[in-house]
Design a protein around this ligand. Structure first.
Ligand SMILES: Cc1cc2nc3c(=O)[nH]c(=O)nc-3n(C[C@H](O)[C@H](O)[C@H](O)COP(=O)(O)OP(=O)(O)OC[C@H]3O[C@@H](n4cnc5c(N)ncnc54)[C@H](O)[C@@H]3O)c2cc1C
Length: 606
C-alpha cells in the first residue's frame, strides 16, 4: 500500500503566493512568531511526522480497530507511541494561548497541521481534534478556576477531551436532550443519562478525559433554551492538578461502524457523575456552538484530505497499471499496453480528484485567514470586530463543510474506480479511504443541516441575501480585474456571470419561500452545492491568476507547476463547474415534485 506524501509544494504555493500568508501573519499579534522560516520549518516537520509516523498506522488501525475490555478502551497498536510523539512535539498547543503552555501561533497554523494529520490518518487525528473542541469551549466559557485546572493538561495533550451532545433520540435536534444534571450543595452537579456516538469517549492515549456534556437542570425550559453545559472529567482533578478519584462516567460499548475504525466511537453512560457547570445556566447550546465555525472548518478538511490521499494513490496506480491502447494511438509502443494514465476517461477521474483536492484546500486556506482575524478579535475582547469576522466565517463554513465533504466522498469513490476491481480489495487501501470518508457528510451537522443553516439562517433570515451580495461583490471585483488577460478571460467571464446568477437565484428562492415554506428545505441542498461550485471557481481563478503571473515574471516553482495550475483551472471551469447549472435548475423547481406523494404511498410493498 502506498504512503501519504505531504503536498508541501501546493500548500506553500497557496500560503505564500495566492493568499500572502506572510503579510497576513505580520499583521496579527499571534503572528509575531509565525515568520516565513518558522512556518516553513513547522510545515516540514509536521509533514515528516505525518508521513513517517501516522501514515504507516493508517491500514493497521483499520484492521485492528479499538477494543473495549473491562470497561477500558484500547487503541490499535502503535497509536499510543505516535500519540506520545505528538505530545512531545508540542503539537496540541500549536495555536493555543501561551498563558496555558501553548505556542500562541495563529489558528490557521493549527488548521494546516490538522490537514496533514487528518489526511495521513483521520482516525488518529480525531483524538487531538476533539480535545481542541474541549479546549476552545473551556477557554471561552470556563471560569478562571476551570481554565487553571483544565487548560494546561489539555494544551500539553496529557489529557484528552470529548464533545457529548448526541443521545439515542436526537443528534440534529438537540432540544430533545434528556440527560439530567442535579445541583449539589457543594456547587457541583450529578449527571445521569446516556450519550451515544461519542468520539474519543474512552481510550488509552491520555491520563484523563474531559467530557463536555449537554444536560438539563431540574425545571429547565423545554427545547434548546433549557440546556446547560458541563465539564465531566473521567478522573476528578486533585487540588494540585493531578488525576484523582474515578468519576461515574463509563464507556458502555463501542459502536460497530463502517469506517474510521481506529477512532473510538463510544456509548457513554453518566451515572451520578460529578459535573461542573460551564457558562450560564440554560445557555449550553450557545456556549457549545461558539467556535463551531472553526470546528466546522476542521471537519471540512475531511473533504480535502481523502481527495488528496485517494488522488495520490490513484495517480501512482494509473501510471503503473497497463490496459489496452490509447484511442489516439500507442503511447508506449514497447510495452504490452499503454498505462491507464493515457485514457481520457481515467484522466477525467484523476483530474476531478485533483481539482477537488487543490480547489478545496484553497477554500480552506482562504477561510482560515478570517478564522485568524476572528480569534484575534476575541482575544482582544473586541466584540464588534469578532462578530464581523464571525459573520463572514458563518457564511463560508456551511459551504466548506457541506460541499467539500460531499465532494470528498466523490473523490474517494473515483479513486476506487481508477483501481478497477482492485479498488474494492482491501490491500490497496482505496476502499478504506471511501469508508472512512463517508462519515464526513453526517457528523458535525449533516449536509442537509448545513444547507439549511446556509440558506435558511445565514442567507435568508439573518441577511435577506446580504451575505451572498457581499461575497459575490468581492468575487466579481476579482474576476473583472482579469478580463483582459487572454488565458484568464474565459474563466473570469464565466465567474462574473455566476456571481450575477447567484444573487438572482437567492432572490427567486426568497420570493418563492414567502409563498411556500417548504421551499427553503427543498432548495437548500442545491443552493449549498451551487454556492460551493461557484466558491471553488473563485479559488481556481485566483490560483490560475497567480500562476499566469508567475509564468510571466518567474517564481519559486517550476514552469510545469504553474502551467499545470492553469490547466487544472481550465479543467474545473469546463468540466466540473457546469454542474452548478443543474443545481440552479433543481433549486427553482416546485416543491410539488417532492411533497405531492402521500407518505403512505411512497412504497407499495406487501
Ligand atoms: C462515527 C460518529 C462519530 C460521532 N461523533 C460524535 C461526537 O463526538 N459527539 C456527539 O455528540 N455526536 C457525535 N456523532 C453524532 C452525529 O453528530 C449525529 O449522528 C449527527 O449530528 C446526525 O444526527 P442523527 O444521527 O440523530 O440524525 P437525525 O438528526 O435523526 O437526522 C436524520 C436525517 O434527517 C435529516 N434531518 C433531520 N432534521 C431535519 C430537518 N429539520 N430538516 C431537514 N432534514 C432534517 C438529516 O439531515 C439526516 O439526513 C457521531 C456520529 C458518528 C456516526
Amino acid at each position: 500500500m502506498p504512503q501519504y506524501k505531504a503536498p508541501l509544494r501546493d500548500m506553500k504555493f497557496l500560503m505564500n503566493d495566492v493568499f500572502d500568508y506572510p503579510r497576513h501573519y505580520a499583521g496579527l499579534s499571534s503572528g509575531e512568531n509565525a515568520t516565513p522560516d518558522i512556518v516553513e520549518a513547522i510545515l516540514n516537520e509536521c509533514g515528516r511526522f505525518c508521513e513517517e509516523e501516522l501514515s504507516p498506522l493508517y491500514q493497521v488501525g483499520d484492521e485492528e480497530g479499538c477494543k473495549l475490555e473491562n470497561g477500558e478502551v484500547t487503541t490499535p497498536k502503535g497509536f499510543k507511541d505516535a500519540y506520545n510523539q505528538y505530545v512531545m512535539g508540542g503539537w496540541q498547543g500549536l495555536s493555543a494561548p501561551e498563558e496555558f503552555g501553548g505556542q500562541g501561533l495563529p489558528a490557521s497554523m493549527g488548521l494546516l497541521k490538522q490537514e496533514m494529520m487528518g489526511t495521513a490518518n483521520w482516525s488518529f487525528a480525531m483524538y487531538p481534534g476533539l480535545s481542541l473542541g474541549a479546549m476552545n469551549t473551556i477557554f471561552l466559557h470556563g471560569s478562571d478556576e476551570q481554565k487553571q485546572t483544565y487548560m494546561v493538561p489539555l494544551t500539553e495533550g496529557r489529557w484528552g477531551g470529548t464533545m457529548c451532545l448526541t443521545e439515542p433520540q436526537c443528534g440534529t435536534d438537540l432540544g430533545q436532550v434528556k440527560t439530567k444534571a442535579e445541583p449539589q450543595k457543594d456547587g457541583t452537579y450529578k449527571l445521569t443519562g446516556t450519550k451515544i456516538f461519542i468520539s474519543s469517549g474512552d481510550h488509552d492515549l491520555t491520563e484523563n478525559i474531559v467530557h463536555i456534556v449537554l444536560a438539563r437542570l431540574p425545571g429547565a425550559p423545554k427545547g434548546t433554551r433549557g440546556i446547560s453545559l458541563f465539564i465531566v472529567p473521567k478522573f476528578l482533578p486533585t487540588a494540585d492538578g493531578g488525576v484523582g478519584e474515578r468519576n461515574g462516567v463509563n464507556c458502555g460499548s463501542l459502536e460497530k461502524k463502517m469506517g474510521i475504525k481506529a477512532s473510538a466511537t463510544c456509548v457513554m453512560n453518566f451515572d451520578d457523575a460529578t459535573g461542573f457547570l460551564i457558562g450560564p445556566e440554560n445557555e449550553g447550546l450557545e456556549c457549545m456552538f461558539t467556535f463551531m465555525n472553526t470546528a466546522r472548518i476542521g471537519t471540512a478538511i475531511q473533504g480535502v484530505g481523502p481527495a488528496e490521499l485517494s488522488y495520490q494513490w490513484a495517480l501512482e496506480y494509473a501510471k503503473d497499471r497497463r490496459s489496452m491502447r490509447a484511442l489516439s494511438g500507442k503511447k508506449e509502443p514497447d510495452q504490452v499496453a499503454d498505462s491507464l494514465i493515457h485514457h481520457a476517461d481515467v484522466r477525467r477521474m484523476l483530474l476531478t480528484q485533483k481539482a477537488i483536492a487543490e480547489g478545496g484546500r484553497a477554500m480552506l486556506y482562504y477561510a482560515a485567514k478570517t478564522a485568524d482575524h476572528m480569534v484575534e478579535a476575541h482575544t482582544a475582547h473586541d466584540d464588534e470586530a469578532a462578530q464581523k469576522h464571525d459573520d463572514k466565517l458563518g457564511f463560508l463554513t456551511p459551504i466548506l463543510k457541506g460541499f467539500l465533504t460531499e465532494l470528498g466522498n466523490e473523490a474517494a469513490n473515483l479513486g476506487m474506480q481508477v483501481f478497477g476491481g482492485h479498488g474494492y480489495i482491501r490491500e490497496h487501501g482505496m476502499e478504506q479511504i471511501a469508508r472512512d470518508t463517508r462519515i464526513a457528510t453526517l457528523y458535525e451537522g449533516t449536509t442537509g443541516i448545513q444547507a439549511l443553516d446556509l440558506l435558511g439562517r445565514k442567507v435568508l433570515l439573518m441577511t435577506q441575501g446580504g451575505a451572498v451580495r457581499e461575497f459575490t461583490l468581492k468575487v466579481a471585483n476579482f474576476a473583472r480585474k482579469h478580463l483582459t488577460n487572454s488565458t484568464l478571460r474565459p474563466m473570469a467571464v464565466e465567474l462574473l456571470k455566476l456571481t450575477a446568477q447567484w444573487n438572482l437565484l437567492t432572490v427567486r428562492v426568497m420570493l418563492a419561500a414567502r409563498k411556500d415554506r417548504d421551499v427553503v428545505s427543498a432548495a437548500a441542498y442545491d443552493f449549498l452545492m451551487y454556492s460551493g461550485y461557484v466558491s471553488m471557481a473563485y479559488m481556481w481563478l485566483r490560483q490560475a491568476a497567480v500562476a499566469t503571473d508567475k509564468l510571466e515574471k518567474g517564481g519559486e516553482e517550476s514552469e510545469a507547476f504553474y502551467q499545470t495550475k492553469i490547466s487544472t483551472a481550465e479543467f474545473y471551469y469546463e468540466r466540473l463547474l457546469p454542474r452548478a447549472q443543474s443545481h440552479a435548475t433543481s433549486m427553482l423547481s416546485p416543491t410539488r415534485n417532492l411533497m405531492q406523494i402521500e407518505a403512505d404511498n411512497l412504497a407499495f410493498t406487501g
